[in-house]
Write a protein that binds this ligand. Structure first.
Ligand SMILES: C[S@@+](CC[C@H](N)C(=O)[O-])C[C@H]1O[C@@H](n2cnc3c(N)ncnc32)[C@H](O)[C@@H]1O
Length: 291
């Protein structure tokens, strides 16, 4: 390290400089994998270090040794685990992400549901919903379908995620203006309210869409999922990539126990179930139906 860099660093509080040693990384990555299924190969050490440095600062801790001992202790598991998982999970999402799925929902799934079970509301699960963009997009698509004459009685959407931080954002349903830039204007006007704050312009999902979306914390690693209903559609997109193959198969298998026979299952575009033993058959790339 250059002398100037060393001098600059020495003026910072300990938590800014704290380095995650190989030994502590090994302990933390094994722990993260066990509780969340998220893989942390050695290439992610620097990323984990920088994401956790903020937690060290918030806890006024100077070293990762202290932090690791704390988070692995019984008290740490009660108090810190949730915060650590908030920091390590990757929550990237968007409104209308992977639009082919929403076209398929509008053009195939919803009409089929109306045709086969005309009096039943449709139940949809957005598993790993992050900050809400996915369940609210689904809500907009279903609402538009009904507005355009689709004879659907009603609908409900469950959004679940591991991270309490993103679930709070989903609950608030407030988004920065730039997050909704690509949304067609008529949809934007119908389903979003604009803040009056010109300095920090935001939008909020209207109550009529929010009332169809229920949010709940749920960890895919749980032995059985604490959800007492079955669904017509499950979206589980862009989360399995963080798990190893065996965990992916177990998670999809457990999700399938909550999917009705004939129900639809959506995966992210870079995810696959090839060679997995699951009760799903492929309808289109990344879209499946329960056998
Ligand atoms: C990249 S986001 C995907 C959001 C959305 N499905 C989409 O495709 O835009 C992945 C989400 O999976 C959640 N996640 C990670 N591990 C999880 C687990 N073990 N159980 C439940 N959710 C998890 C993260 O908190 C994060 O919000």
């Amino acid at each position: 390290m250059a002398r100037e860099e060393e001098l600059a660093l020495s003026t910072l509080p300990g938590s800014y400089r704290a380095q995650l040693s190989d030994a502590e990384f090994a302990k933390l990555s094994a722990f993260i994998y066990n509780v969340s299924g998220i893989k942390m190969p050695p290439a992610k050490r620097i990323m984990l270090q920088s994401r956790l440095q903020k937690r060290l600062r918030e806890l006024s801790m100077d070293s990762f040794k202290e932090y690791t001992e704390y988070v692995l202790s019984e008290r740490g598991k009660q108090e810190e685990l949730i915060h650590m998982l908030d920091v390590v999970s990757t929550n990237k999402t968007d409104f209308f992400r992977e639009p082919i799925h929403f076209d398929f929902l509008r053009e195939t799934v919803l009409p089929l549901h109306v045709q086969e079970t005309p009096s039943a509301p449709i139940k949809i699960w957005s598993a790993a919903c992050s900050s809400g963009e996915e369940p609210y997009t689904i809500s907009m698509v279903v609402s538009e379908f009904m507005r355009n004459g689709g004879a659907l009685r009603d609908y409900s959407i469950l959004g679940t995620d591991l991270s309490t931080k993103v679930l709070k954002m989903a609950e608030n349903a407030v988004y920065k203006m730039e997050r909704v830039e690509g949304i067609p204007l008529d949809i934007l006007h119908r389903y979003f309210l604009r803040s009056k704050d010109r300095e920090n312009p935001t939008v909020r999902i209207i109550p009529d869409l929010r009332k169809h979306v229920k949010l709940q914390r749920m960890n895919f690693m749980d032995d059985s999922y604490p959800i007492n209903e079955t669904f017509d559609v499950i979206f589980c997109r862009n989360v399995l990539i963080y798990f190893d193959r065996q965990t992916q198969e177990q998670v999809i298998g457990k999700l399938c126990t909550k999917l009705k026979k004939g129900g639809f299952f959506f995966l992210g575009h870079s995810e696959s179930i090839m060679n997995m033993d699951l009760p799903l058959h492929s309808v289109k790339p990344t879209i499946f139906r329960k056998i």
